[in-house]
Unconditional design. Structure first.
Length: 547
């Protein structure tokens, strides 16, 4: 391959700039050179045409980027921008043979203007570069500058990412620098800046430029346009890390934080346990005269903190989590992941907390659904449940009480129970009686459903979504509650849902979910017909009374 060589220049070169940038920013010079070569080549193709065979090459001697065009020597030219005929090669007295490539340097820098004129004079008819040189010279200079700046920015971002990626999940200290659009706070954390977005801030906390701040490193976003280090003051793990910093037993692994529930700025609950029987986990976190917990409270600007001893027994764990309220009775529904906590009437508001905060945090901490019930309300519910169970033919008050103690609170629970489960009820009379009771429960549920329909048909106002759900065959109060808690608040919500997803979200099981879906379809199809028929029955009964 023959190449028309370039002469070195004595001016300040791109190479010296690259050396300086590489040294100051810690970037491999080879990476900078390759980046600029690629950018200059792309700019050249946009100016001189994409069909030319072009190459951008860094010249170590001059410290500049040289541009070359290559043309193949052929017998007859079919691609003028890529080929040169053997006759033209001979006329121009070029040293090349058929099939060889000839390389021509494209002179585009101002200092090479004379060489460019000579080249156009001698090879202009073949290369056809004259009209693009000036444009390319301007574009090339701008491109080199932009690419270099962008590469430096990218390299700096890579350096920051690599430096901070292992600090994700840690505490970091910084100084508030400024506020940006959307109430985001920019924090100086050393070599770079972190961002505390509005959603990661704690309510009622305010800052001014120059304030010192401790935050949790939530994420390192390599693709972020602004600061890459995402900070948080609202994440529950901030509380965990603050205790880890204050309590040596946690740092050493003797005491472990099992769970954290938090409403930022208001209250947190943490559950702790100890690997050493001689170390009280709660006492270790509280510290002498409350010194350790107070240090965390102070850092959280007065946020209240409850420290709860973890217990493997779910009921005891929940009782500890609901403190300071006392609990007299716990009813556990493991299948639904729910507990009913019975508290003295005068302690009801304390157990629930301000705007439900105490019970909400206890539920988050323990991962159980919690219902707080006063003793008076519990006794009333017990009486109503026993009375409802007695509606089943053959169920005496004594049997109903036994059923209630074993967890049967509603007709539908009896309907859904297996014969084996019912047969285990004391005094019921074995499997044969259990089958009869189960069948009677189904019959009673259907009778009550029909009564609800007749009652609704006598009203002029439309049915509520809850009433319509109750009209689905096999759906009682308990199932309606489960449907509503899972987000299914209308018959239409049920119909739109997939059976498997309905079963998973409600915890009812696939068999029950299929029955509910079918019942919902049947109800919608016959809703108006049933209501019209019920209204007709009522009219006929009224007419008969007046006759």
């Amino acid at each position: 391959m023959a190449t028309m060589a370039a002469m070195p220049t004595s001016e300040t070169s791109l190479g010296s700039i690259l050396d300086q940038v590489a040294k100051e920013k810690g970037i491999d010079k080879k990476i900078l050179v390759e980046t600029i070569e690629a950018a200059i080549l792309k700019a050249a193709q946009s100016v001189f045409g994409p069909t030319r065979e072009l190459e951008a090459r860094f010249n170590e001697d001059t410290g500049q980027i040289d541009l070359f065009q290559y043309m193949t020597v052929v017998e007859a030219v079919t691609e003028p921008e890529r080929e040169i005929s053997i006759n033209d090669v001979d006329k121009l007295k070029l040293d090349a043979t058929l099939g060889e490539e000839l390389g021509f340097q494209v002179f585009w820098r101002p200092e090479d203007a004379e060489k460019a004129r000579d080249q156009d004079k001698e090879y202009g008819d073949i290369l056809k570069l004259k009209h693009g040189r000036t444009t390319f010279g301007r574009i090339a200079a701008q491109t080199a500058k932009q690419v270099l700046l962008q590469r430096v920015r990218d390299a700096e971002r890579d350096l920051i990412f690599n430096e901070y990626k292992d600090r994700k999940g840690e505490l970091i200290r910084g100084i508030v620098r400024r506020f940006e659009k959307g109430n985001n706070i920019i924090v100086d954390i050393g070599r770079t800046e972190g961002v505390l977005t509005f959603r990661e801030q704690t309510p009622r906390e305010t800052y001014r430029p120059g304030d010192r701040i401790v935050a949790y490193v939530k994420d390192i976003d390599r693709e972020a346009r602004g600061p890459q280090v995402i900070l948080s003051r609202s994440d529950p793990r901030l509380v965990e890390k603050l205790f880890e910093a204050e309590v040596p037993e946690i740092y050493e692994g003797i005491v472990r934080i099992v769970s954290v529930a938090r409403e930022p700025g208001a209250r947190s609950k943490i559950a702790v346990t100890s690997r050493d029987a001689d170390v009280d986990p709660v006492g270790a976190c509280v510290g002498m005269k409350g010194s350790r917990v107070q240090a965390v409270v102070q850092e959280l600007r007065g946020e209240k903190i409850d420290i709860v001893p973890f217990d493997r027994d779910p009921a005891r764990y929940v009782i500890a989590a609901i403190q300071p309220a006392e609990v007299h009775k716990v009813i556990v529904d493991e299948a639904d992941g729910r507990m009913e906590l019975v508290v003295p009437d005068e302690k009801l508001s304390l157990a629930i907390g301000r705007k439900g905060q105490n019970v909400r945090l206890a539920a988050q901490l323990t991962n159980w659904k919690l219902d707080i019930i006063s003793e008076t309300k519990f006794k009333q519910m017990e009486e109503e449940a026993i009375s409802a169970l007695q509606q089943i033919d053959g169920v005496t008050e004594q049997i109903a009480k036994s059923m209630y103690r074993l967890g049967f609170r509603a007709l539908e629970e009896v309907s859904e129970a297996s014969v084996e489960e019912l047969a285990a009820i004391p005094g019921l009379g074995g499997a044969e009686a259990a089958e009869r009771i189960k069948s009677q429960a189904d019959t009673t549920m259907e009778r009550l459903r029909q009564e609800r329909i007749r009652s609704a048909s006598s009203r002029t106002e439309p049915l509520t979504d809850r009433e319509r759900l109750m009209f689905i065959r096999g759906v009682g109060e308990r199932t309606v509650v489960l449907l509503e808690e899972a987000g299914y608040r209308s018959v239409e919500d049920v119909l739109r849902e997939d059976e498997d997803r309905l079963a998973i979200r409600t915890g009812l099981g696939i068999k029950k979910a299929r029955a509910i879906k079918q019942g919902a379809r049947d109800f919608v199809e016959s809703e108006q017909k049933v209501l019209d028929a019920a209204r007709a029955d009522i009219r006929r009964a009224a007419e008969a009374r007046h006759a």
